[in-house]
Design a protein around this ligand. Structure first.
Ligand code: SF4
Length: 336
């Protein structure tokens, strides 16, 4: 572990809007994943209210987390209670007012697809549920304490997830040089590893459209109740908007393959930038993506997004012709 405590790496004096003597407030964005857990516990250990003020610890609940994750969060709370009783840390669980169903069954509000059922978020676009269930509640929580800093658990080997770095956002793991592996090792050292990583590459909503077949296989094999819910929304998405859950398959089709013994290889899944932590895209503010515009090129069912990158998206936007959901076939979309 290459922890670097050099003040140069964490210059809180530079460019921040608070006066000397004023209480410095910090919101820890805690997801229950290995990185944000390691970050939180190390911040507590360092006990430095100037560099690492911990005014609130907030977990933004998507309501689609694995039961094991909720249990792990409770376990971390107990750990805090027994190891730091005098500091009174409370992990707050935040939930948005609008539900997943409000969005999923809601209508697109503008653009060419206005009036159509929105359906699931798009695989390669920012996720509306991430904004609703995570970014917005965390932003609100930060405002309520007038947070000088928000602490985000992005590991030092994941810095591509940091876009522009607003002055109020801090990435302690990056400052310390802690990689994902370091975070795992640290939690093991403390005796509180997160067992979900035995089966999953990434945590987040169990039905996430950005998860890969390997994660769906793990859900199918280990979490039958959650798999049933994921399949439900996959079927609804195909029925209502004509899109498969992942480009090549519905989850029902994947299940048939799993039952025949198909075990998908692991590869890097598409990421939810706001699930393991919150990413802030523009300088000092959270970019609130507009999900209802025609820019969402996955409205085109011919679009095969498995190897997408930004250039391809831009090129594709030039070429494709948008097809309204009502005119799409629900099978044989040519995505396989
Ligand atoms: S885990 Fe997936 S579905 Fe859940 S908020 Fe993130 S991108 Fe969206």
């Amino acid at each position: 572990m290459n922890e670097n405590n050099d003040d140069d790496c964490f210059n809180i004096e530079e460019g921040n809007d608070y006066d000397v003597g004023e209480e410095i407030t910090g919101l820890v964005c805690f997801s229950g994943g290995k990185d944000s857990t390691a970050m939180l516990l190390r911040m507590i250990e360092l006990d430095d209210p100037i560099k690492y003020p911990i005014t609130r610890i907030c977990f933004a609940d998507t309501t689609f987390e694995f039961p094991d994750l909720y249990a792990y969060i409770d376990h971390i709370q107990l750990y805090l209670d027994s190891n730091y009783p005098e500091r009174g840390f409370v992990i707050e669980k935040l939930q948005s007012k609008r539900t997943w169903d409000d969005w999923f069954y809601g209508e697109i509000t503008r653009g060419k697809a206005k009036g159509a059922i929105r359906g699931a978020p798009f695989t390669t676009q920012p996720c509306w549920w991430s904004r609703e269930a995570k970014v917005t509640p965390l932003e609100k929580a930060a405002k309520e304490i007038n947070a000088n800093f928000q602490f985000i658990g992005i590991a030092a080997d994941e810095t591509r997830r940091i876009s522009k770095n607003p002055k109020t956002i801090r990435y302690p793991l990056v400052d310390w040089g802690w990689t994902e592996q370091d975070c795992m090792a640290y939690l093991e050292h403390l005796g509180i590893p997160n067992s979900l990583y035995e089966n999953f590459n990434r945590l987040g909503c169990f039905h996430c459209i950005k998860a890969g077949p390997a994660d769906f296989h793990a859900t199918w094999a280990n979490h039958p109740e959650e798999w049933k819910i994921a399949k439900h929304y996959s079927a609804e998405n195909t029925r209502l908007v004509g899109r498969n859950w992942i480009p090549a398959y519905t989850l029902e089709e994947l299940e048939e393959l799993f039952e025949q013994g198909f075990v998908p290889k692991r590869h890097r899944e598409l990421e939810c930038n706001t699930c393991n932590a919150v990413s802030f895209f523009s300088d000092g503010t959270v970019e609130m993506e507009d999900f209802d515009t025609d820019e969402a090129i996955e409205h085109d069912p011919r679009f095969k997004d498995s190897s997408m990158n930004k250039t391809i998206i831009e090129e594709a936007k030039e070429k494709i012709e948008w097809v309204p959901p009502s005119q799409r076939a629900t099978k044989g979309l040519g995505w396989i």
